[in-house]
Design a protein around this ligand. Structure first.
Ligand SMILES: Nc1ncnc2c1ncn2[C@@H]1O[C@H](COP(=O)(O)OP(=O)(O)O)[C@@H](O)[C@H]1O
Ligand SMILES: [Mg+2]
Length: 280
């Protein structure tokens, strides 16, 4: 816990220096060529992700372009990425801001999303799933040890470093939060954040929550990996999100099918509730 306090102290110090630092920084366009979008749909609630090339050496990076309202909250994902350093987590390389935009330069993961591999394969074998989950757990353990809750773990936010390899990189710290200081008497988080079908009951119930919500999301990911279908989704057009919510809160999900029916029903397919990300 002492380390978490030290990190938070460092971060609040960074906050106070931030405006000064941002003002003295050069424009991203001096240092990088920012090009096309990395994925056709990489323009979600958090911004869009583009390919950037560093002018000095031609090295490619991913550049997340975030509409900036000038609030500290917008800077949260940069601060979270600054606080971590793990091979299983996308590395922050640089950041820039102007009055309208935050630019987050990150290492480029070339192997696509875990979501894409589930869709391709239908489902993972137990040993494939175990290898993936072990890496995600190590990355999540690291962020939790730094006092950071990811709050949006799902196959779209878990990337592969390369096409040929199986090295995993957890990405998208857009909803990441620092666990409050327990000594200040408020050890829980309260903002409702996440992607509906991966979201833990305590968030949906508007109860206080902590790092454990990431473990719930990881449980949903394990179910999807092994079965090829999500545990919580609208089973028919007659069902409402409220019905799905009740199942999540009770923790009741269908027995996984013996054979994968359609991995594309995985939580972000447009007709499923997983497509709905929310923040207060
Ligand atoms: N560092 C990266 N390397 C390669 N692709 C990335 C990287 N970061 C994000 N992406 C791609 O862009 C998508 C959207 O980025 P993400 O950070 O998840 O933003 P959003 O808040 O819009 O979900 C990801 O799902 C992934 O496909
Ligand atoms: Mg995302």
């Amino acid at each position: 816990m002492k380390r978490v306090h030290e990190e938070l102290d460092k971060l609040s110090h960074r906050d106070s220096l931030w405006t000064q630092e941002a003002a003295t920084r050069r424009s991203i366009h001096d240092l990088y060529d920012v090009g096309c979008r990395l994925t056709a749909d990489s323009a979600g609630v958090g911004g869009e992700v583009r390919r950037g090339v560093r002018k000095a050496d031609g090295k490619p990076f991913a550049v997340k372009v975030i509409r900036f309202a000038g609030t500290q909250e917008d800077r949260g994902q940069i601060q979270a990425l600054m606080a971590v350093n793990h091979p299983g987590i996308i590395q922050l390389v640089d950041w820039f801001e102007d009055p309208q935009t935050l630019w987050v330069v990150m290492e480029l993961a070339l192997g696509g999303e875990l979501f894409g591999r589930i869709t391709q394969r239908g489902r993972f074998s137990e040993s494939e799933a175990a290898a993936a989950v072990r890496q995600i757990l190590e990355a999540v353990g690291h962020m939790h040890s730094r006092g950071i809750v990811h709050c949006d773990l799902k196959p779209e936010n878990i990337l592969y470093g390369s096409d040929a390899g199986d090295a995993i990189k957890v990405a998208d710290f857009g909803f990441a939060q620092f666990v409050p200081d327990s000594l200040a008497g408020d050890a829980l988080l309260h903002r409702p954040l996440g992607t509906f079908s991966y979201t833990a009951p305590e968030i949906l119930n508007s109860e206080g929550y902590g790092c454990q919500v990431d473990m719930w999301s990881l449980g949903v990911i394990v179910y999807v990996l092994l079965s090829g279908v999500p545990p919580f989704f609208k089973r028919s057009s007659a069902e409402t999100l409220h019905d799905v919510r009740l199942r999540i809160v009770k923790g009741t999900c269908a027995r996984p099918p013996a054979r994968p029916s359609c991995a594309a029903r995985c939580a972000t397919a447009p007709s499923t509730p997983g497509a709905r990300r929310f923040r207060c």
